[in-house]
Design a protein around this ligand. Structure first.
Ligand SMILES: *[C@@H]1O[C@H](CO)[C@@H](O)[C@H](O)[C@H]1NC(C)=O
Ligand SMILES: *[C@@H]1O[C@H](CO)[C@@H](O)[C@H](O)[C@H]1NC(C)=O
Ligand SMILES: *[C@@H]1O[C@H](CO)[C@@H](O)[C@H](O)[C@H]1NC(C)=O
Ligand SMILES: *[C@@H]1O[C@H](CO)[C@@H](O)[C@H](O)[C@H]1NC(C)=O
Ligand SMILES: *[C@@H]1O[C@H](CO)[C@@H](O)[C@H](O)[C@H]1NC(C)=O
Ligand SMILES: *[C@@H]1O[C@H](CO)[C@@H](O)[C@H](O)[C@H]1NC(C)=O
Ligand SMILES: *[C@@H]1O[C@H](CO)[C@@H](O)[C@H](O)[C@H]1NC(C)=O
Ligand SMILES: *[C@@H]1O[C@H](CO)[C@@H](O)[C@H](O)[C@H]1NC(C)=O
Ligand SMILES: *[C@@H]1O[C@H](CO)[C@@H](O)[C@H](O)[C@H]1NC(C)=O
Ligand SMILES: *[C@@H]1O[C@H](CO)[C@@H](O)[C@H](O)[C@H]1NC(C)=O
Length: 436
């Protein structure tokens, strides 16, 4: 009897082991060689119902752009780290081979259903290294890869770290995705917010064009949007984050470029600290754009030395390329039901940062002078349901009474002033009661 039990136990034990080995696909590593072929082999073999493990303590040489596609029920556990080549011309050549001039050109493209990308809280683990510093030092902007494109339906991204990306971090066209505790280090080792030298251009944390997406927990330093919501995004929540170095904000856009019809709806940004950012809450659509951005809320925002806490433009254009192009069709990307609630903090005396490389700067606004809490550059009559509530922001080392706004009342839709929450004018910020 006893031997039978032992036999049974050993069968069960062996089965468990076999199952575990079958389900876990450990990615091999070869020192000083490109691990990409071996990684691709694992993703090909383990694309369904598997857990793919990048082992702890291993620095993988991800020296070729990879497309991990057709995944179904796959966990990707990054217990170690993945490294792009530490060689600009090598990366550029490989980006061109893989994508030509098409953007985004993701170094890691992940596509599938029920895909869970998990990093680690341990130091150095769960990290994707871009070696971006040398690109920033040299102001190299040609053939730059985006770190990851996550085109997944139903998935998670948690505890991942993006370290010195070349440019953009995560691009997300997928849907039904939860992102937790994301970390971005796109801070130059020897630069500063106001210097163009070594500035980390275009190092967005997230570009989101997908649906049903939650970001809960973000900590990062970068030189562009922490979160940028683009065409087709719907039902996105981004909450509990910190954006440092020289963030360009929590942004919708840009939308409507070259007359494009862009659609964005149902977006919430909640509980963010914006530290030395150029913008807090931002909307940007190009002059002559089309489409609609609807039902967007920014709330519970703490602003530390932020150039422009709230900024909306429906009239963006490249100011350094000459006058505003003719909006011959008289169109704009419409704006509807934008809510700004509970903003606290102070305004940076400098309206721009190291990304200002033209005259005028890309973000110059007539009249801007380091005291504006709100700038609305609206296209006449095409913004409705804008509302600002509990806005307590003041210029650096000055009183709240010194806070100003830029807003042309002639651009407001009929009745809009009654529910706006502040007086639309070029002058002091004056709170107004909101008609119900
Ligand atoms: C994967 O798992 C699902 C659900 O358990 C199962 O229906 C399917 O047959 C599995 N596919 C493979 C290839 O193992
Ligand atoms: C960088 O990559 C290029 C192109 O692949 C190669 O010619 C060059 O030798 C590499 N440089 C170094 C320092 O490895
Ligand atoms: C995302 O994947 C779907 C297939 O699920 C495909 O149709 C679509 O073109 C992909 N989108 C991008 C941006 O790669
Ligand atoms: C940082 O160091 C690099 C390499 O020496 C140099 O090219 C770059 O200009 C420096 N950046 C600043 C802001 O001094
Ligand atoms: C503002 O920042 C720009 C660009 O970084 C810089 O050139 C300029 O000197 C700064 N202005 C002030 C008043 O600090
Ligand atoms: C988003 O979620 C809603 C509600 O759960 C669902 O009806 C919709 O199909 C989802 N959208 C996508 C693109 O999956
Ligand atoms: C606005 O968006 C929020 C958050 O996605 C959603 O709960 C709400 O139903 C939307 N309201 C309308 C009128 O669409
Ligand atoms: C814009 O259009 C108007 C009227 O069609 C024309 O007079 C003007 O020259 C155009 N301006 C530019 C910059 O093209
Ligand atoms: C605010 O930002 C400006 C411009 O970068 C900088 O000169 C100033 O030192 C910052 N102030 C604080 C208190 O951080
Ligand atoms: C800044 O500009 C506003 C108009 O937007 C004006 O009311 C204010 O007096 C100006 N402040 C300074 C210090 O120039």
């Amino acid at each position: 009897m006893r031997s039978h039990l032992l036999f049974l136990a050993s069968v069960l034990f062996n089965e468990a082991v076999v199952q575990a080995t079958n389900n876990n696909c450990i990615v091999p590593h070869t020192p000083n060689a490109d691990d990409s072929p071996a990684i691709m082999e694992v993703f090909g073999r383990c694309s369904v119902n598997k857990t793919i493990v990048f082992s702890a303590g291993v620095a993988y040489n991800a020296w070729t752009p990879m497309r991990w596609t057709g995944l179904s029920n796959v966990n990707i556990n990054v217990k170690g780290s993945l490294h792009l080549p530490n060689n600009i011309t090598d990366v550029q050549a490989k980006v061109v081979t893989a994508y030509g001039t098409v953007t985004p050109a993701p170094w890691f493209y992940i596509q599938g259903t029920n895909v869970h990308l998990t990093g680690s809280e341990s130091d150095g683990a769960g990290a994707l290294h871009g070696y971006g510093q040398q690109w920033w030092d040299g102001m190299v902007q040609k053939s730059r890869p985006t770190m990851v494109q996550f085109n997944v339906s139903h998935g998670t991204i948690s505890k991942m770290k993006v370290i010195k990306p070349v440019a953009q971090g995560f691009n997300i066209p997928g849907n039904n995705i939860i992102i937790k505790n994301h970390f971005v280090d796109a801070m130059p080792t020897n630069g500063s917010r106001d210097l163009t030298a070594s500035f980390p251009f275009n190092t967005d944390g997230f570009n989101i064009g997908g649906q049903n997406i939650t970001i809960d927990g973000y900590y990062g330093h970068n030189g562009d949007d922490c979160v940028s919501i683009v065409n087709k995004a719907k039902n996105v929540v981004a909450k509990n984050g910190y954006c440092g170095f020289s963030s360009h904000g929590l942004s919708i856009g840009s939308l409507g470029k070259d007359g494009a019809n862009s659609q964005v709806a149902d977006i919430v940004f909640d509980n963010w600290v914006m530290d030395n950012a150029v913008y807090g809450a931002r909307f940007k659509s190009w002059t002559g754009g089309k489409g609609l951005a609807r039902n967007i809320t920014w709330k519970n925002m703490k602003l530390v030395n932020v150039s422009t806490p709230i900024f909306i433009t429906q009239n963006y254009y490249d100011q350094n390329k000459g006058p505003r192009p003719n909006n011959t069709e008289g169109t704009s990307t419409k704006v509807q039901d934008f809510h700004f609630e509970n903003f606290k903090g102070d305004i940076n005396p400098n309206y721009t940062d190291g990304t200002c490389i033209s005259n005028p700067c890309w973000n110059w606004v007539d009249g801007i002078n380091g005291t504006q809490g709100i700038i609305f550059d609206l296209y006449e009559g095409t913004a409705t349901g804008l509302q600002v509530k509990n806005f307590h922001v003041h210029p650096y080392q000055q009183g709240y009474e010194k806070t100003t706004v830029i807003c042309d009342p002639a651009t407001l839709a009929a009745g809009e002033q009654d529910t706006l929450g502040f007086k639309c004018q070029n002058g002091p910020f004056v709170e107004t009661s909101i008609a119900s």
